[in-house]
Design a protein around this ligand. Structure first.
Ligand SMILES: NC(=O)c1ccc[n+]([C@@H]2O[C@H](COP(=O)([O-])OP(=O)(O)OC[C@H]3O[C@@H](n4cnc5c(N)ncnc54)[C@H](OP(=O)(O)O)[C@@H]3O)[C@@H](O)[C@H]2O)c1
Length: 268
């Protein structure tokens, strides 16, 4: 802990990371340096967290011991080109850009640097994100920096170090997964409306059922099948629903979705 943290870009994700570490009280706002192109986004971050807003990219890069690139992938390499001359020796660079490999990022810097590639997901915006972190070889020699970057992303939910070869699987099971879960919640709610429930109530019931079930998996450590069996009474209502899910290929549909997502991620 205790590095000076720079951000290039403070939109949805950059803003969520800044919010997470400030709320966790792990860093003083004085130690956070943000360069953000959008005046509105910069003002919002300044007003909410009191961090330093930098007038130029040079100042943000020169101040930082950990520099987080939180811009869209299509401009990442232009921004790296603009920044690389100002990065100090020993600074660790973090990229959260979807689909951008360590090799590509490393080539763009054109010098040996400590790099962490991170894949967060949108629940990070509400402090329940899942982030996968892959360090490059230079960073692997700096355990303290790895721990610090992991702590930063832990302020947004959970964070795990994985080899970069896992990033396509990560995209399938967590990066893109909120979309599948939202579809599941929507379907649960529609069915509840069909059964007579008010729509606004149906989203609360459906979302809380998903939240609570996820918490049980994480907190009990029990196998999901065991937890499912616990809900299914003999000749009861739930086992009827489970049979219908099997009949209509629920598990197969989910596996095919993840498989398709992983393949697409590999092709990108
Ligand atoms: N959102 C997600 O769910 C999610 C999940 C996983 C990973 N990611 C990754 O997170 C990264 C950021 O995504 P996001 O959703 O946070 O994007 P975003 O909300 O558009 O934030 C990016 C911010 O950077 C600003 N910006 C643009 N060019 C800049 C420059 N040259 N220097 C400094 N700031 C600049 C943008 O300003 P303007 O709006 O004025 O251009 C914007 O405020 C992406 O690489 C994405 O792949 C996002």
């Amino acid at each position: 802990m205790g590095s000076k943290i720079g951000f290039i870009g403070a939109g949805n994700m950059g803003g969520a990371i800044i919010g997470g570490i400030c709320k966790a009280g792990k860093y003083s706002p004085d130690d956070i340096f943000v360069y953000e192109k959008s005046d509105a986004a910069a003002k919002k971050i300044k007003d909410e967290y009191g961090v330093n807003i930098c007038a130029d990219i040079k100042y943000a890069a020169e101040k930082s011991e950990i520099l987080i690139f939180a811009v869209k992938p299509n401009i990442l390499y232009d921004v790296i080109a603009e920044t690389k001359q100002y990065i100090k020796d020993g600074t660790a660079v973090v990229s959260i850009a979807a689909g951008q490999s360590i090799e590509k990022i490393s080539c763009a810097f054109n010098k040996k640097l400590k790099i962490m590639r991170v894949m967060p997901n949108t629940p990070a915006l509400v402090g329940e994100g899942m982030s996968a972190l892959s360090p490059n070889d230079e960073l692997l020699n700096d355990a303290a920096k790895i721990d610090e970057i992991k702590e930063i992303f832990s302020a947004l939910g959970k964070a795990l170090i994985v080899p970069e070869s896992m990033m396509d699987a990560v995209t399938g099971v967590s990066g893109s997964a909120p979309a599948y879960v939202f579809m599941f919640i929507e379907a649960l709610a529609d069915a509840a409306v069909k059964a007579g429930m008010y729509r606004k109530d149906s989203y609360i019931f459906a979302a809380q059922a998903v939240l609570g079930s996820a918490k049980m998996v994480l907190e009990t450590g029990k196998h999901p099948a065991e937890l499912k069996d616990m809900v299914c009474s003999p000749a009861g209502t739930t086992i009827e629903a489970v049979e219908a899910l099997e009949k209509y290929g629920f598990r197969n549909a989910v596996m095919q979705a993840v498989d398709t997502c992983v393949k697409k991620s590999r092709e990108m």
